[in-house]
Design a protein around this ligand. Structure first.
Ligand code: CP
Ligand code: NVA
Length: 299
């Protein structure tokens, strides 16, 4: 059988993801004893900082009986200009799976094209599928299902927003985005999602959040956009998720944030530390969901 990659949520079918969530729930409950990565090595090729993605994949690989190898792009010959396609073919001779975090999504596609082992997208400028996979699992855990749920996205139309659009496309829940003009998500991804789910975009956070079951945000300047931080802080005025905004959501609404968070910018302290917040369960779920992903792709 040919290898399977996970570069975008849409690389898996809805049924495959539901099976993966069942496995993740079994793992989280401590009922799973398998060691599908026994004798296998997972390489983590990172060109950007990471706490959750790196640690959850390393720990996950070890818990599944395998070994993880962290490779900073800076230290590899890749950082000195060795082509990604050569790196892909060389690593494929040593390891049984690769997680990559980098800037251009095209680099991840090139790596996957040339690698003969499964490649997992650990975040690009375009998508962050592992995070949104864990987020949808978190929604299922809290509400029992995502059926009939309304998810609001407040802030930047970034890699997370794009991945949420693909999640809506797959699962069919309603997704309302509130983004300032000029900071909308990828148009093509938006149009694709629109064919399958109720997705909408507004400039008014209140409009997106009213009655929503899940309120979601992320930093205003992503990794690699440090120089735009000041201009973005101005453009995003009024997009802070605060108590007043949360009061418009459904009575049992939850707040999600992929972290790291900037308190006082995209979210107020009282929200991220308040009763709505599920951010640490969400972070924990990265581990369980990615273990299920590793077992599925590398097992
Ligand atoms: N949410 C997330 O991917 O966190 P890290 O950048 O710490 O991996
Ligand atoms: N949008 C953020 C997510 C970090 C996990 C970034 O790309 O930096």
């Amino acid at each position: 059988m040919s290898k399977r990659d996970f570069l975008a949520l849409t690389d898996l079918s809805r049924e495959e993801i539901e099976r993966l969530f069942d496995l993740a729930a079994e793992m989280k409950a401590g009922r799973y004893r398998g060691r599908p990565l026994e004798g296998k090595v997972l390489a983590l090729l990172f060109a950007k900082s990471s706490t959750r993605t790196r640690v959850s994949f390393e720990v996950g690989a070890i818990q599944l009986g395998g070994h993880a190898l962290f490779l900073s792009a800076r230290d590899l010959q890749l950082g000195r200009g060795e082509p990604i396609r050569d790196t892909a073919r060389v690593l494929s001779r040593y390891v049984q799976g690769i997680v990559i975090r980098t800037f251009a999504h095209s680099e991840v596609e090139e790596l996957a094209r040339y690698a003969t082992v499964p490649v997992i997208n650990g975040l690009t400028d375009r998508l962050h599928p592992c995070q949104v996979l864990a987020d949808v699992f978190t929604i299922r855990e809290v509400f029992g299902s995502w059926e009939g749920k309304v998810v609001a996205w407040v802030g930047d139309g970034n890699n997370m927003a794009n991945a949420w659009l693909q999640a809506a496309q797959l699962f069919g829940f309603e997704l309302r985005l509130a983004c300032p003009e000029g900071y909308e998500p990828d148009r093509e991804i938006f149009e694709e999602a629109k064919k399958k789910a109720k997705v909408s975009i507004t400039e008014l956070p209140e409009e997106a959040v009213r009655g929503a079951h899940v309120v979601n945000t992320d930093v205003w300047a992503s990794m690699g956009q440090e120089e735009e931080a000041e201009a973005r802080a101005l453009a995003f005025q009024g997009y802070t998720v605060d108590r007043e905004l949360m009061a418009l959501a459904a009575p049992d609404a939850i707040f999600l944030h992929c972290l790291p968070a900037h308190r006082g910018e995209e979210v107020e302290e009282e929200v991220i530390e308040g009763p709505w917040s599920r951010v640490f369960d969400q972070a924990e779920n990265r581990l369980h969901v990615q273990k299920a992903l590793l077992a599925t792709l590398m097992g």
